[in-house]
Design a protein around this ligand. Sequence first.
Ligand SMILES: NC(=O)c1ccc[n+]([C@@H]2O[C@H](COP(=O)([O-])OP(=O)(O)OC[C@H]3O[C@@H](n4cnc5c(N)ncnc54)[C@H](OP(=O)(O)O)[C@@H]3O)[C@@H](O)[C@H]2O)c1
Length: 323
Amino acid sequence: MSLSSLPVALWGIGRHATRRLLPAIEQSKSLKLVGVCTRNMDLGQTTATNMQCDYYGTPEAMLADERIEAVIVSTPTGLHQQHGVAVLSAGKHLLCEKPFAHSHQSTVDLFELATKTGRRAVGALMYKYHPQFKKLKSLIQQGTLGELRALSIKFGMPALNANTFRDDPTLGGGAALDMTCYPLSLAYQLLPRPPILRASSVMTRDNSNTDTDGWCGLELDGVVVDCHWGMGRAYQNNLEVWGSKGVLRCERVFTKEEDHESQLVLYDHRGNKETEINTGPANAYVLMFDTISANLNNSDFFDSERGETEWCAGITDQILRES
Ligand SMILES: NC(=O)c1ccc[n+]([C@@H]2O[C@H](COP(=O)([O-])OP(=O)(O)OC[C@H]3O[C@@H](n4cnc5c(N)ncnc54)[C@H](OP(=O)(O)O)[C@@H]3O)[C@@H](O)[C@H]2O)c1
């Protein structure tokens, strides 16, 4: 198998797959799209024609195709476990959209199955592959801000269209499941060890079927992490890192268009703006696909991803249980 062209199929052609995954798969030199699977025949056939690949009307047809080595799952969150089991049991690698699964137990079960079948399983949290995040992580690790005191993370967006899976508890809807994987992953990535959940709250507004808003506070050795998330509010996904000698602000830390000129802004110990560091535009999805494909034979990479994904799922469970 050539690592430069991993044969993949895409399961689910919803909003996210159409806007982000298909264009990134097309751009990525490390993947070869063999086919797409959706129950919507017209959409499937049109997409297959546009992408010059096959269309599968059923998951069984897709999973029986021996050319396919990995499946990218972009179906509703509440189905990730069921679909992940089908992919791994068919002997394919699993690249699953965020959140990887709907609970800690289902997350652990999927990774266990991957070990048993000798296949790779990994969650698709693309922000980690963007040069903006890589630069901010290296600045923090180099001690540019002195000792860490606090991370403040805000991720919110306007209300989504009604009648999507996010409104449906049986399909894994709700803001906590949808959004907490980002700030929790960020805290895991930036701190030397996983922090402890100290407090949290989850809210439901406007008679929604699922939770719409929440916050949590975590702590590690006196470093405080506060996270806010919610739907039905102005868009932002920002990070502020507060150190003993400086402050770093990072806008659009999780999601951005590929032509977005990303930046990090540093402030000195008196609060004066010191430097703007340009980290450029990039397509984080393409970089994610390329990195995952290049690491297919590197167990350390997948073990480390598994540790982070299981920890995040455990904290999300705790937040939902305690609210
Ligand atoms: N990484 C990111 O930036 C990002 C951004 C947005 C979303 N996501 C994630 O991507 C995933 C998909 O989100 P989306 O916004 O694209 O959702 P969506 O628009 O509702 O699309 C879901 C897809 O799942 C398919 N599906 C298969 N079985 C289904 C079933 N039993 N019921 C409903 N749908 C079924 C649907 O295809 P058919 O009905 O045609 O079969 C549809 O194509 C979610 O896990 C979400 O969290 C990630």
